[in-house]
Design a protein around this ligand. Sequence first.
Ligand code: FES
Length: 102
Amino acid sequence: MPNWLRVAAVTDLADGAALECVAGDRIVALFNVSGEIHALDGVCPHQGGPLGKGQLTGGIVTCPWHGWQFDVRTGQHQLSPSICQPSLAVKIAGDDILVALE
Ligand code: FES
């Protein structure tokens, strides 16, 4: 049963923006791709960089530390098929963005 936690307001995340936030004991990266909100584990699997502070371009986030790129809709690394960043389910309730923690 997922535990839904509020992490931000919809108004905090403009179209094309990324946002780092905390959900329980996890760092989560939120992304707004053309009005669709997506959430990934916010800790880059390379060396722990903050994906929520990365540059978002057309659904692809670039980690600010060394440039690894992920599709924020799937978590898929853009060069290595074996690397997929965990994603979190998202739901919107009014102006609140909630993510599911298992
Ligand atoms: S920590 Fe993200 S690319 Fe190195």
